[in-house]
Design a protein around this ligand. Structure first.
Ligand SMILES: *[C@@H]1O[C@H](CO)[C@@H](O)[C@H](O)[C@H]1NC(C)=O
Ligand SMILES: *[C@@H]1O[C@H](CO)[C@@H](O)[C@H](O)[C@H]1NC(C)=O
Length: 292
């Protein structure tokens, strides 16, 4: 890739990729949230797709913020005085940018997820649920800490780690990884591992808190973590992991004991797809920016 997209274009591509993902994967997201809360899953599409509007705006705006803020921060770091602007960022610099961008996106994302999860539990449209939540305005922040930590780690996983791993592989093993596309798979695998396994516990805490806005079962962040841990131990934090962002592993249903490598594989495929889609859709939307 010789030419690069500007921030605006990066944001638009990010938003498009995020929305496509939500429309396809909403039923999995619903199933994940129900399992995390230990509630029964309905197979009625009308229920599975509850909250899809809020989730679309959520995904679109979060991804847009992550891309835009992440891109801006990265260019600020690489243009810093004393830095060679042509030198790629270090892993530490990439990750710091990802963490800040991810946390900022949760400011918008967490309330939207709260609305969606309330819709999934109780039905009704966005205005109804938002009106309910806002009876006590502080409740809009419910689940924010979990969402912020999850987004920070997730942004690192898909935004910061794959490019660094890709570049390292291409530099260290130029014979094996002679193109960007070849290095993409292992890069996505690593990013995916990082993103999925570290973020899921925070997602579970967040979902339990947001589903129970009345605080009947789950209290604050730490009380919720303690409750999950005393109910189901460490496994409790990985409730619903199979469904995470649609990374549903069909083999798991048939081969419960053989599922580690398979689930690693399927968990990584979403990060891989995001990374690939980002570039392909970028090329589609802005062909003039990619004159090789
Ligand atoms: C847009 O995204 C690409 C790919 O991640 C990145 O290399 C580029 O620096 C970004 N552009 C800006 C202006 O942030
Ligand atoms: C808002 O949170 C309080 C606890 O701080 C809770 O008692 C109340 O039920 C919540 N409001 C709504 C509308 O869920």
């Amino acid at each position: 890739m010789s030419a690069e997209l500007d921030e605006q274009q990066n944001a638009t591509v990010g938003m498009t990729v995020g929305m496509i993902e939500v429309l396809i994967l909403q039923p999995f997201n619903y199933a994940k949230n129900m399992v995390q809360q230990q509630r029964t899953i309905s197979l009625n599409p009308m229920i599975m797709y509850r909250g899809v509007g809020a989730n679309c705006i959520n995904m679109g705006s979060c991804t847009m913020i992550q891309f835009a803020v992440g891109g801006k921060l990265k260019s600020m770091v690489s243009n810093q005085e004393g830095n060679d602007p042509n030198k790629p960022l270090t892993l530490g610099q990439e990750m710091s940018c990802g963490i800040v961008a991810g946390t900022m996106s949760a400011v918008v994302g967490s309330p939207l997820e709260l609305i969606m999860i309330q819709q999934q539990r109780k039905g009704g449209g966005v205005p109804t649920r938002l009106g309910d939540i806002m009876q006590n305005p502080v409740n809009i922040t419910r689940g924010f800490v979990g969402a912020a930590i999850r987004e920070a780690l997730w942004t690192c996983g898909y935004l910061s780690i794959p490019p660094v791993v890709r570049r390292t592989l291409m530099e260290s093993y130029p014979d094996t990884f002679d193109t960007n596309d070849k290095a993409r798979v292992p890069a996505a695998l690593l990013g995916g591992l990082f993103a999925c396994y570290l973020t899921h516990p925070f997602d579970t805490i967040k979902t339990c808190m947001q589903g129970d806005i009345e605080r009947e079962v789950y209290g604050n962040f730490f009380q919720t973590a303690r409750k999950i841990s005393s109910d189901s131990g460490l496994r409790g934090f990985y409730r619903g992991a199979t469904f995470r962002y649609g990374r549903m592993n069909p083999f798991k249903l048939f081969l419960p004991r053989l599922n580690l490598s398979l689930s690693l594989f399927s968990n990584c495929s979403a990060v891989f797809l995001m990374d690939l889609m980002r570039e392909k859709i970028g090329r589609l939307m802005y062909p003039q920016a990619f004159t090789d």
